[in-house]
Design a protein around this ligand. Structure first.
Ligand code: GLU
Length: 550
């Protein structure tokens, strides 16, 4: 074993001792049962919707148990780091309103950036080296590749373990000689001698009893000595941080489950009490013949940006995600689902499917419960970023926008469900605004083709309608104008009569209404025509109908 003096010489002289760190970050004074959870985003420039999913669970479990939820930025892999990633992260979590109790700006257990915790990690690495639980490894990439090739040829498990671990039992002279020459090294954990062939058992909060092979690899815990800052691997940082931040429930993605045997060894070597784990099954996507994990590369909906850009309201997405976590929460109304706890023992072991059609339905239902002013506000916020043209119109035409949104929304039992997301607004409501209204283009023939009335009749009908138009308040009286004019222009009084004798009429009263509809909305489908006319106002009604008159 190396001399303590040699070991200490590898580290800054003023590193704190583990005991000091234990004192600095004492156990938390929390009520019994309080869960301290954390979310550890890596700043790679992409926020996965699965991150919102897991963080929602973290936040929820902490809140409902009277505990603490903290965010720790896991930026030890600086090669993967992307400029602006943290801002993106803040924006994504801001959108969903998932706010930690502790993060960089507040909390007594920081710093909450791993890259700022170098001295803490080094203190524990030094401690493990002093106690012979870790060692310096100078193996080069080529040597590691050669070891792996020989193991493959011999058909035995690959890895750095046992007699294959060439620096595991190296004498101090060899180590000192390399140190004297400044050869870079990593620090590895010495896996217990009897690890090979042993099994470990632990209880996962979601999966129950899990059994696995013990880890026998001498895992790297501190990256190369020629890098600066000298940062730990994920595994080592997890053990040190979650211990010192006094986390008592690690909720994380299922992909880490295979690392638990190593993590348990780390906790043991460091003398830490192990922490409970809850491994969350990943969000999945239906594909022909099966399902697979939502993929950052293949599926736009894997990224949080997708939901923000499309303008899915945060409560609808959160409601949906909570329903995926706990099926029972999909069965209760939104407000109740958002307020009821997510129970870890109800989280499935199989990854739930993300179904955008389902989300859109949920979202439309949710938006239908909102008042016009609230919808307008949300659309405005969305548009100011993603559709500035629309934002300008909404600002200039606030009253018109509110009148438009009131149509079949306010004072009715079943409000329209014409918005699934804020980006639907332009298509669904754009025609109300003179600035956004595009009359059906093309020749009169083309414009009227969907209505099926000959252009000459349509034009004279429209002209008469405009000439005698009364902007009546009463819906029946307003429609009366169309009915009377339709009769005057020879339209059949009912669809039935028209059908029975199609050559005798230019259409029925229904086609006559459709003429007005197409002229007012540019479409053959729309909400109640009278309500639209009242919302856009008489001058605009006349302008649009006259356009049809040619
Ligand atoms: N930084 C890790 C990740 O992005 C966090 C895993 C954990 O929660 O422990 O996967």
């Amino acid at each position: 074993m190396l001399d303590h003096a040699v070991i200490d010489g590898l580290f800054p002289a003023d590193l704190p001792e583990p005991e000091e760190l234990e004192r600095l970050y004492p156990p938390r004074q929390l009520p019994a049962g309080a869960q301290v959870t954390r979310f550890g985003p890596s700043p790679t420039g992409f926020v996965h919707i699965g991150g919102i999913y897991v963080a929602t669970i973290d936040r929820d479990v902490a809140s409902h148990s009277g505990g603490v939820y903290l965010v720790r930025v896991e930026d030890t892999d600086q090669t993967r780091e992307v400029e602006g990633a943290l801002a993106q992260f803040a924006r994504a979590f801001g959108y969903f309103g998932i706010v930690p109790d502790e993060e960089d700006s507040r909390g007594a257990y920081g710093p909450y950036h791993q890259s700022r915790r170098e001295r803490i990690y080094l203190s524990y690495v030094r401690d493990l080296l002093r106690r012979g639980k870790a060692y310096l490894c100078f193996a080069t990439k080529d040597e590691l590749a050669a070891i792996s090739a020989r193991q493959q040829a011999a058909k035995i498990p690959t890895g750095y373990y046992g007699e294959w671990a060439i620096w595991r039992d190296a004498g101090p002279e060899a180590v000192m000689a390399n140190l004297a020459e400044g050869v870079p090294y990593v620090v590895r954990l010495r896996a217990p001698d009897d690890a090979a062939g042993r099994r470990v058992r632990y209880t996962d909060v979601i999966r129950g009893e899990v059994e696995n092979d013990a880890n026998r690899n001498d895992a790297v815990i501190l990256k190369s000595s020629d890098s600066s800052p000298r940062l730990p691997t994920y595994h080592f940082a997890h053990a040190v941080d979650d211990h010192l931040m006094r986390v008592n429930l690690v909720i994380r993605g299922e992909e880490w489950i295979s690392s638990v045997p190593l993590h348990l060894q780390l906790f043991d070597a460091l003398g830490f009490t192990p922490i409970a784990y809850a491994h969350i099954a990943p969000l999945m996507k239906q594909i022909p013949g099966g399902k697979r994990k939502l993929s950052k590369r293949k599926d736009p909906e894997a990224g949080v940006g997708f939901y923000i850009q499309e303008g899915y309201p945060a409560p609808a997405v959160l409601y949906y995600l909570r329903g995926l976590a706990n099926g029972r929460l999909a069965e209760v109304p939104l407000a109740q689902a958002l307020a009821s706890p997510i129970l870890l023992d109800q989280c499935g072991v199989a990854g739930p499917l993300v179904d955008l059609v389902k989300l859109a339905d949920i979202s439309a239902d949710h938006i239908a419960t909102l008042s016009g002013p609230r919808v307008l506000e949300a659309v405005g916020v969305w548009a100011s970023e993603f559709d500035p043209g629309l934002a300008g119109v909404l600002e200039a035409e606030r009253d018109l926008a509110l009148r438009a949104l009131a149509v079949e929304r306010e004072g009715v039992e079943n409000p329209r469900k014409d918005l699934r997301k804020w980006s639907d607004f332009r298509d669904a409501y754009g025609f109300f605004f003179p600035q956004l209204f595009t009359p059906v283009s093309g020749s009169a023939d083309e414009r009227l083709a969907p209505v099926g009335v000959d252009p000459a009749t349509a034009a004279s009908f429209a002209r008469d309608f405009a000439d005698g138009y009364e902007h009546l308040d009463d819906q029946q009286e307003w429609f009366g104008q169309i009915r009377e004019l339709a009769a005057k222009h020879g339209f059949a009084p009912s669809a039935k009569e028209y059908k029975a004798n199609p050559d005798a009429y230019p259409g029925s009263v229904r086609e006559a209404s459709q003429l007005i509809r197409v002229s007012l909305t540019g479409s053959t489908r729309s909400p109640d025509l009278h309500a639209i006319a009242r919302a856009i106002g008489a001058p605009e009604v006349l302008r649009r109908v006259r356009a049809l008159a040619g």
